[in-house]
Design a protein around this ligand. Structure first.
Ligand code: ADP
Length: 499
């Protein structure tokens, strides 16, 4: 997949943008060309005709309402001026040669028009006939210079519109003449304008594509350069997303990823350092003691053998811890749930520390109100208790005191949960270290590592086990005063009755 991408040639953002803008400009230009050049004549003519119809409507309406032609005269004159049309109203009569008309009103605004130059009854009758056959309306475009020759040299295209109306039993025919301005000059002006607009639009598209793509692609190019450094293992990178929301979001995500990778890398390096240190110490001791015992038979004492055995055990438990953590990571752990006496498990664990108490003067106090039963994985809960007590013993203060307190908690009048607190009076943990102590291989500082030979795995195992049990857990600590690690388990159903 990656290889495919590398081999494929991709067009740059700038070129893509330029072509998009250019395409947009071409569409705009095509629309302008179509409406302003190609369809201009048709649109103009249909608008003119529409105007004529509107004028005819208004004129017929006013004519219908007017009591006499005299009272109608002024309004008709205004309409003729308003729409720049000439019109004549004829009263239609029948004579021996067919239909003919007597002009009852005449308004003239153009210098030369069709309706004032009809000389033959034939044309008149034809217009009447056409209108009669066509729902009382007829229209035609004529070039007056074609029809009237030299006389009409200045007059070009005109629209002739005829409408038949009835007023007071009489049949009236209104003839309109509207002049159509020649559009050739306009069209050629527009054509020149459009050529200029095309050049300007294409130039603008190029400049816009250049500026915008620069703004967008610059941060992306810079981020990609930083990302290639990251890919080579340089975590000291800074992604700058410029000022677009998307690139800013991307840069924030990449910065976070770089931070996490750096953290992971540091953890891995620490792990190798820790693990090699932790493995080396017992191995050195084992090698040293066995060599001494081989070379000096007098040194093969039970105490020295015990040291070798202890160190071997320590190695075994270290390796077991590591295996366990990786198993939790793989998510393959399942709980073997059973009902067991939780208080008894704590007591048994504490018995292991009896020797420690005797020899090194540790005071390990267990406070419990009563024996409680829980439903959990006994082996794993024992591991949790053991790890917490072990840490408390390792990190407690000079008074060498550790308190383990078990409290039954009540909810809704039923014994609900049991809270176990493991409290020491030691050095404590600073606020910034507190959330991190649960992470794999985390050790507060080298001093502890040296002093207590911890692996940094214990609390990670505790956390994983308690998470699997869906149990609450946490820690309160104050530097110099001590720590209290706690967790809470649900009591088994049979154990919830308060005695
Ligand atoms: P370790 O094997 O190093 O003890 P843990 O995961 O059990 O590993 O603990 C992680 C770190 O948390 C320890 O290295 C230690 O610095 C700190 N820590 C754990 N328990 C205590 C405690 N009771 N008091 C002070 N620091 C503690």
């Amino acid at each position: 997949m990656r290889k495919d991408n590398a081999e494929k040639h991709y067009t740059g953002l700038r070129t893509k943008m330029f072509f998009s803008f250019a395409l947009f400009s071409v569409i705009v230009l095509a629309a302008l060309w179509l409406f302003q050049i190609v369809l201009l004549d048709d649109i103009y003519r249909s608008l003119k005709l529409h105007e004529l119809e509107k004028c005819a409507d208004q004129l017929s309406e006013t004519l219908m309402e007017a009591p006499s032609y005299d009272s109608f005269d002024e309004a008709a004159g205004e309409l003729a001026k308003k729409y720049a049309v000439c019109f004549s109203i004829y009263d239609i009569q029948e004579n021996e040669r067919g239909k003919t008309g007597t002009c009852v009103m005449d308004k003239h605004v153009n210098s030369f028009c069709f309706i004032h130059n009809i000389r033959t009854d034939g044309i008149f009758s034809r217009m009447y006939r056409e209108a009669k056959n066509n729902n009382g309306e007829w229209q035609e475009q004529v070039n007056l210079s074609d029809v009237f020759g030299k006389r009409a040299d200045d007059a070009g295209e005109n629209v002739i519109f005829v409408r038949l109306v009835e007023k007071g039993g009489a049949e009236l025919m209104i003839l309109f003449n509207n002049e159509l301005q020649p559009l050739d000059a306009t069209v050629s002006t527009l054509r020149v304008q459009l050529i200029w607009i095309s050049v300007i639009l294409l130039l603008a598209a190029g400049i816009l594509a250049f500026v915008l793509s620069g703004r967008i692609s610059k941060p992306i190019a810079e981020m990609s350069e930083e990302a290639s450094k990251l890919a080579l293992g340089n975590y000291n990178v800074n992604f700058d997303g410029g000022n677009c929301a998307e690139t800013v979001n991307l840069s924030a995500t990449l910065n976070r990823a770089a931070y996490e990778l750096a953290k992971l890398d540091k953890m891995q390096k620490d792990l190798i350092a820790n693990v090699s240190h932790d493995l080396r110490t017992p191995l050195t001791l084992i090698a040293g003691y066995t060599e001494i015992m081989r070379d000096l038979p007098g040194e093969a004492t039970p105490e020295n053998f015990q040291i070798v055995i202890d160190e071997t055990n320590r190695l075994t438990s270290l390796i077991n811890d590591m295996l366990e953590v990786s198993r939790y990571q793989g998510g393959t752990q399942v709980l073997k749930l059973s009902r067991f006496n939780f208080t008894e498990v704590i007591r048994t664990t504490l018995e292991r520390y009896a020797k420690l108490r005797e020899q090194d003067g540790y005071v390990i106090l267990f406070e419990s109100d009563r024996d409680v039963w829980v439903e959990a994985d006994e082996g794993r809960i024992l591991q949790v208790i053991y790890n917490l007590i072990n840490n408390a013993v390792n990190y407690t203060g000079e008074d060498k005191t550790v308190v383990i307190r078990q409290t039954v908690e009540v909810a809704d009048n039923r014994a609900d949960t049991v809270l176990l607190e493991v409290i020491d009076t030691g050095i404590g943990i600073s606020e910034e270290d507190l959330p991190l102590v649960w992470e794999r291989y985390y050790k507060v500082n080298d001093f502890h590592k040296q002093a207590n030979m911890g692996t940094g795995l214990g609390l990670s195992i505790v956390k994983n086990i308690l998470l699997l049990h869906e149990a609450n857990f946490g820690v309160q600590s104050q530097v110099g005063k001590g720590s209290c690690f706690w967790f809470r388990l649900k009591l088994s159903e049979e154990d919830t009755v308060i005695e």
